[in-house]
Design a protein around this ligand. Structure first.
Ligand code: ATP
Ligand code: MN
Length: 538
């Protein structure tokens, strides 16, 4: 064994090819915070949180993500634009270059794990070039106890070298930055980018392969929480649709905000030990729990502060994707351990910038499968010359960039589990109402919360005849009433006050759905295809 421990400041990394001894092992978050300040790599906000800039990259770079194509992966991965192959020999060479680069640096090493259910636990060692990246790892992965650390044998290793720059022609990358998964060597190799989300989503992507292939468990890009009666709810959705916001709910215990597994023992378990929340326009009033979690220990990314260290959450001059990471224990109301029983309700969140989907609707099993494979949300285009046009964005399983297998594989597992568990599935539009982006407004968070609470409290007339209207275009069941929400808000058409414009826009969206679904048609049963919209423009 070449590892001395525990809490030794100088473990050896010889097995990785790192020969020097300037290694800071398992430092406390407050030490990492202090070192970051001492090195002028960050500042302290008035809340006590550490604030850093992640550098050139303030978001993930999906075009620079690769998977090593080898005997484990070659015939299982859904290769293509999302999962791009990387040669094993090229990986080995690049690995050696990154190690040679790191061999001149002081390094931060953390042992931690993913998956709160012991049967699925993945022990991970993360080696980072920067102290704050290591503190991010402390926040986001599960923290082993002193006892667990004694016999800790890492299975996977993440190597994070933001200052390393690849040379595309020599190294086989697209450009200077990269995030590469190697399932044979069990390494996630990240270089040229300091964006911390690459570390988190690297391990997530590895689990999204390992769990379904070897452990018959469904990995999900979703948040989860649980009510007083032990009723679990999960929330799928693409970035910015509200997973973190809506799962952080004073009346329910948080299980996790982004990555979960659903196993065959009727449980949903969190992969992570922390949350990674968007902070754009954050306010204490509408999101008190997240606001309160921003204190010593939390790390703010790419926010702008005044000279008193007060954050201006509406300042997006660095990026729209301003973030904060914090350990789960920064939230008062959390489920421990982060495991819940089979969900009773599943929410598909979509930020429909066309403003045509109902704010909440109930899906049939066919519709649930169809919408899961489609993974719809909308992006808002630039506002050049005042022209604003929403762009539909489809991402299979509400997380295609992290899903190494064909979407049908995850969809089949989800359909089966939903049927077995008898869950209700709801499509929630957290996006626009009263018109498309530019004309309408974003759905009020308090209304979305009220709709979700109504579902969870059983107040949405589940079994009452005539409680729902079947939407003529999307075919989904739109409730006529919902406690805490003005009735007019429940019908998107009514909020538009212009039927012709409403239907024209709705057809634009259904056409986009149809176009996107073409690539899945050969894999989809008649049953699933029936779950799509009912009407299209011709
Ligand atoms: P990611 O996958 O990137 O972590 P996410 O799904 O967790 O994304 P959130 O971080 O919850 O997304 O972001 C939702 C954003 O939208 C928040 O800034 C929230 O304040 C805002 N928002 C505005 N209106 C609503 C609404 N009606 N429902 C949910 N979120 C809303
Ligand atoms: Mn989130």
């Amino acid at each position: 064994m070449d590892i001395s421990k525990p809490n030794s400041e100088s473990i050896s990394l010889k097995r990785y090819g790192i020969t020097h001894n300037d290694i800071k092992y398992q430092l406390s978050p407050s030490s990492l915070h202090r070192i970051t300040l001492d090195k002028n790599m960050g500042t302290e906000a008035s809340s006590g949180a550490l604030a850093v800039n992640t550098g050139e990259f303030t978001g993930r770079s999906p075009d620079d993500r690769f998977i090593v194509k080898d005997s484990i992966t070659s015939d299982k991965i859904w290769w293509g634009g999302i999962n791009m192959p990387f040669e094993p020999s090229a990986f080995d060479k690049l690995y050696d270059k990154v190690i040679a680069y790191l061999n001149h640096k002081e390094l931060y090493v953390r042992d931690c794990y993913a998956c709160s259910d012991a049967n699925y636990r993945m022990d991970i060692r993360v080696i980072t070039e920067y102290p704050w990246s290591n503190q991010f790892v402390y926040n986001m992965f599960i923290r082993p106890t002193e006892e667990e650390l004694k016999n800790f044998e890492p299975e996977w290793t993440v190597i994070n070298a933001p200052g390393f720059r690849a040379i595309a022609e020599e190294d086989g990358t697209r450009q200077h930055n990269f995030a590469i998964l190697n399932f044979s060597r069990k390494i996630a190799l990240i270089g040229g980018t300091g964006y911390t989300g690459e570390i988190k989503k690297g391990i997530f992507s590895a689990l999204n392969f390992i769990l379904p292939v070897y452990k018959n468990t469904l990995p999900m890009h979703c948040s989860a929480n649980v009510g007083k009666k032990g009723d679990t709810a999960i929330f799928f959705g693409l970035s910015g649709t509200g997973k973190t916001t809506l799962s952080t709910d004073a009346t329910r215990k948080l299980i996790g905000d982004d990555e979960h597994g659903w196993n065959n023992e009727n449980a949903v378990f969190n992969f992570e030990g922390g949350c990674y929340a968007k902070v754009i326009d954050l306010s204490q009033e509408s999101e008190p729990e997240i606001y309160g979690a921003i204190k010593k220990g939390a790390i703010l990314e790419n926010v702008v502060m005044n000279d008193k260290g007060e954050v201006n959450f509406s300042d997006v001059s660095i990026t729209q994707n301003t973030r904060v990471s914090y350990p789960l224990y920064h939230i008062e109301n959390v489920q421990r351990p982060s495991i819940g029983h089979n969900p009773k309700n599943i929410f598909f969140l979509t930020a429909d910038a066309f403003g045509v989907l109902p704010p909440i609707s109930k899906l049939t099993p066919s519709q649930a499968a169809y919408h899961f494979i489609s993974g719809y949300t909308a992006k808002v285009a630039g506002t050049e010359a005042g022209v604003v046009e929403p762009i539909p964005s489809f991402s299979a399983c509400f997380g295609a960039p992290f899903m190494p297998l064909h979407p049908a594989k995850y969809a089949e597992m989800l359909s089966r589990k939903m049927t077995e568990a008898g869950v209700n599935v709801w499509l929630v539009n957290t996006g626009w109402t009263g018109g498309s982006y530019g004309v309408g407004t974003r759905m009020k968070l308090k209304y979305t919360r009220a709709m979700i609470h109504a579902v969870l409290n059983g107040d949405l007339g589940l079994y009452t005849y005539d409680a729902y209207h079947i939407h003529s275009v999307f075919g989904v069941a739109q409730p006529r009433q919902c406690p805490g929400v003005p009735t007019s808000v429940l019908s998107p058409r009514a909020t538009w006050n212009n039927d012709e414009a409403y239907y024209k826009t709705a057809f634009k969206l259904t056409n986009a759905f149809r176009e996107n679904f073409k690539k899945f048609e050969s894999h989809a049963s008649e049953e699933i295809r029936r779950g799509g919209p009912q009407r299209y423009a011709f």
